[in-house]
Design a protein around this ligand. Structure first.
Ligand code: R5P
Length: 317
């Protein structure tokens, strides 16, 4: 692949392995930068490469520790802007704060919008993201957003498994669009669960619309955080007669309390992507499979750099 020296990809500290894999796909070296901290914890970033007039991409998931990674991204963007980069794209494989996207009660912030503003103000000209919690989050940014989905990667794995009698289940109403995408690519039926969130860590799954009795089920979600959603939903479908239960989710956030719940849940397999690096604790479970979004992101970076269509990517991956 021939790409001119006018393209550079840098890594924040949240997911350097993914950033390197993106560079491997692009056949370019990872941009050189030093990320350090002052004794009081303030971050300092110094880009070693000359980026004047260069098309720059910064790969940073705003995963745990969320505020630290977010601040680092903002500093990186500012650093590249002041070094006269021609165009800067924030590649955000996992966008934290996405779930704070509306005022569902009085006197609460819309932090997703605040973060989107911060990213543009810091210097991003574009954003490349994967499975933002809700599609309409693209509109929170006043700069172009290219929005990819981990479904492309995960569907391939499940298609190769050739699961028969498949029902794809959305564990809540918000995820129906993604679930129907899985169903159309895998050829299964669709079912939806009525869920209510009681608190940040507690959810209740009430009823299923659709058929799961005697069926193999793929439950798909964008995020597994506390695992309350997938565990509640998989228990419900198992009670209603589902056979094998697979879970496919793009972002493995895996809050510490999630593992206890997952251990008890009737799940045969959990498959996620590498938008967030798997924690040691998650690795120790031995039951979580990870597939990489690196080639998909690498191809998107190439297309953005070459001003080629991103929507065509969905037909070709
Ligand atoms: C909810 O709307 C999302 O799509 C996920 O279902 C949710 O964020 C997962 O969170 P948890 O694992 O904490 O239930």
């Amino acid at each position: 692949m021939f790409l001119s020296g006018s393209l550079k990809v840098f890594a924040g500290s949240s997911n350097p392995v993914l950033a390197s894999a993106i560079c491997k796909y692009l056949e370019i070296p990872l941009g050189s930068a030093k990320i350090s901290a002052f004794p009081d914890g303030e971050k300092l970033i110094r880009v070693d490469d000359d980026v004047r007039g260069t098309d720059c991409f910064v790969v940073q998931s705003t995963c745990r520790p969320v505020d630290e990674h977010l601040m680092e991204l903002l500093i990186f963007l500012d650093c590249l802007k002041r070094a006269s980069a021609k165009r800067i794209t924030a590649v955000i494989p996992y966008f934290g704060y996405a779930r704070q996207d509306r005022k569902d009660e009085g006197r609460v912030p819309i932090t997703a919008k605040l973060v989107a503003n911060l990213i543009a103000t810091a210097g991003a000209d574009r954003v490349l993201a994967v499975d933002l919690h809700a599609h309409q989050l693209q509109g929170f940014f006043d700069i172009p957003v290219d929005h990819l989905t981990g479904e492309l990667v995960l569907s391939k794995y499940f298609r190769d498994k050739k699961i028969n009698n498949l029902t794809v289940v959305s564990p809540d109403v918000g995820n129906i669009r993604t679930a129907s995408l899985y169903a159309s690519h895998l050829g299964g039926d669709l079912a939806i669960i009525h869920k209510r969130r009681i608190s940040g860590s507690e959810v209740k799954s009430y009823e299923i619309i659709g058929q799961v009795n005697g069926r193999n089920v793929l439950m798909c979600d964008d995020i597994i955080a506390t695992a309350g959603t997938v565990c509640g939903a998989t228990k419900l479908i198992k009670d209603r007669g589902a056979k094998k239960v697979y879970v496919g989710a793009t972002h493995g956030v895996f809050a510490p309390q999630s593992f206890e719940k997952l251990k008890e849940a009737p799940i045969d397999e959990i498959v996620i992507t590498d938008t967030i690096p798997l924690t040691e604790e998650a690795k120790e479970t031995g039951s979580i499979k990870v597939f990489s979004v690196a080639d998909m992101l690498g191809e998107a970076v190439r297309r953005i750099h070459k001003n080629e269509s991103i929507s065509n990517l969905f037909n070709s991956v």
